[in-house]
Write a protein that binds this ligand. Structure first.
Ligand SMILES: Cc1cc2nc3c(=O)[nH]c(=O)nc-3n(C[C@H](O)[C@H](O)[C@H](O)COP(=O)(O)O)c2cc1C
Length: 205
């Protein structure tokens, strides 16, 4: 049985929850026609000083092995990932009673994947990827807007800037949390073993 809500993707029946491939569920939870932009996730990386860092990014896409996000190669997160290619992400849908948390290894995404995700971005986000540099950030608001409008007027179809980079977060562990208005919440942890199969563990919420 499949269930769905408007602000959230789809889900499987409780009796199937432990047996389904968790990346299939990640896809079901994060893809919904009601969304006008990709879902937002908090993304944690390891800072250059060893302390964790967190910020929100768009979850561009997921497939059988990874979730993907995109950023600027000059960003702090890119430097952090280069030094320590490990990360974690969390997404929550409070109204639907769902939370998805995962951690794992980070790899630079394939160029075709990065290009596809750029093409799927809104015009605003495509321009942002070009015009979001340190130089423009230091200029007054009116000047920033003029530079933006000029760039928009001068460029029709946009290709990704050279600084556009995608990352795949390849999970070692995925924890799916389900709320229940009539009972306790419950989690299922999926952990990848050495042969690449998923072991499951049911946990209290
Ligand atoms: C709603 C929202 C969506 C965002 N999406 C992205 C994104 O997809 N990629 C990205 O690099 N930054 C995105 N940002 C900006 C990041 O949160 C962050 O400020 C920026 O990437 C710099 O992070 P860093 O200094 O840790 O590298 C988004 C911010 C918000 C509020």
């Amino acid at each position: 049985m499949i269930t769905s809500t408007t602000d959230f993707g789809t889900d499987c029946a409780p009796e199937d929850q432990e047996d389904i491939d968790p990346m299939t569920l990640v896809g079901m939870w994060t893809r919904t026609a009601a969304l006008t932009a990709p879902p937002l996730m908090s993304l944690a990386t390891v800072g250059l000083d060893g302390y964790p860092r967190v910020r929100h990014v768009l979850l561009s896409e997921s497939d059988a092995t990874a979730v993907y996000f995109h950023t600027d190669s000059r960003s702090q997160k890119a430097a952090q990932i280069a030094q320590a290619p490990r990360g974690a992400c969390a997404l929550a849908w409070p109204a639907a009673g769902r939370q998805l948390v995962m951690h794992g290894d980070l790899r630079v995404a394939e160029p075709e994947q990065a290009l596809r995700s750029y093409r799927e971005r809104s015009r605003y986000l495509q321009i942002l990827a070009w015009r979001n540099d340190s130089d423009l950030a230091h200029r007054p608001p009116a000047e920033r807007r003029r530079a933006w409008a000029r760039f928009d007027a001068e460029n029709d179809e946009l290709d990704p800037p050279p600084t556009w980079v995608g990352y795949a977060l390849i999970p070692r562990e995925i924890i799916l949390w389900r709320g229940d208005p009539d009972g306790p919440s419950r989690r299922i942890a999926f952990r990848c073993n050495d042969s690449g199969a998923w072991n499951t563990e049911v946990l209290p919420g």
